[in-house]
Design a binder for this molecule. Structure first.
Ligand code: SIN
Ligand code: FE
Length: 292
């Protein structure tokens, strides 16, 4: 099993031909992590001070920027916040540029979502196993149903001390789902409606979201699976960019500090091979639609 596919792009607006772009798409949609070891995100000298957890508001785990909204999770003077925001916006715009250059066929359907800066050391001792990202999991969020839309994420390690971000990457999504999907339950229509009415969810939780959340939770709860399922440990060194469909790729963050992340949303219909989407995989196994 090789969960990684390396490319040597070394700038944020590479000129690449369509056959190379097809290779990147095949890797991503095939459930590999696309690794760009020579694509650093460079901080300006005056931004180096932001490599510290003192800028966190200590309430949120990450400092994040939503498109057309303010900075969340950070605290400091107005001037400092403006500069911090500028740094995160630059990562957002470079990531967008990268994706539009290497995956031009995605652009018409792609939506830019949140950008985050993660200033804390990866933490295993969290309040609940569900929130413990040192356990392998596919991404699925209780309050944020995707209704099948893909989560494409661009990461960059900016650690100044040579410290890698260490991940474990698990087995293919289909293999995990074959084992865990039979243990998940359907969703009662009233349950979904109620969660929307009570604003527990931002939009209606479909059966797809309900099943994905259960997969996320059950995989994290199964310590035998965590330890013994096929997996690969990966060190993402500082100066490395990596791209992944995090709803599909089982991942766990084991250690590291100072990372940027940009999320994009892509509907299943925007994929080159929609069959590879978690939605398609689960629908095929359950033999029915999971989003109506
Ligand atoms: C995650 O998405 O589970 C965490 C990734 C990271 O913080 O490296
Ligand atoms: Fe995750």
């Amino acid at each position: 099993m090789n969960s990684l596919k390396e490319f040597d792009f070394n700038c944020w607006d590479p000129i690449i031909n369509s056959s190379l772009s097809d290779q990147v798409i095949a890797a991503l949609e095939g459930g590999q992590v696309v690794v760009l070891p020579h694509l650093a995100f460079n901080l300006l000298p005056e931004e180096e001070r932001f490599l510290s957890s003192i800028w966190s508001d200590k309430k949120a785990k990450n400092i994040s920027l939503r498109p057309n909204a303010g900075l969340r999770g950070a605290a400091g003077s107005e001037l400092d916040m403006l500069a911090l925001r500028g740094m995160i916006e630059r990562f957002a715009s470079q990531s967008q540029q990268l994706i539009s250059k290497i995956l031009p066929s995605y652009t018409p359907n792609l939506t830019v979502a949140n950008t985050s800066f993660r200033p804390f050391e990866v933490e295993a001792r969290v309040s609940s196993y569900r929130k413990d990202d040192t356990r392998l999991h596919p991404d699925a969020f209780p309050s944020n149903p995707t209704q099948g839309t893909r989560l494409l994420r661009v990461f960059n390690n900016v650690n100044p001390d040579g410290k890698p971000r260490v991940w474990r990457v698990g087995e293919p999504f289909t293999q995990m789902a074959t084992q865990f999907l039979p243990k998940t339950k359907a969703l009662f229509p009233l349950q979904a409606w109620l969660m929307k009415q009570l604003h527990i969810t931002k939009r209606t939780r479909t059966e797809y979201d309900h099943r994905m959340l259960q997969l996320h939770d059950q995989v994290k709860a199964d310590m035998d699976y965590q330890k013994n399922s096929p997996q690969q440990s990966v060190n993402f060194m500082p100066g490395t960019t990596w791209i992944v469909y995090s709803d599909q790729v089982l991942h766990a963050a084991m250690s590291g500090q100072y990372m940027f992340e940009q999320t994009f949303h892509l509907p299943v219909s925007g994929l080159k091979n929609p069959e590879t989407a978690p939605l398609s995989v689960l629908e095929k196994m359950l033999k029915r639609s999971l989003i109506n």
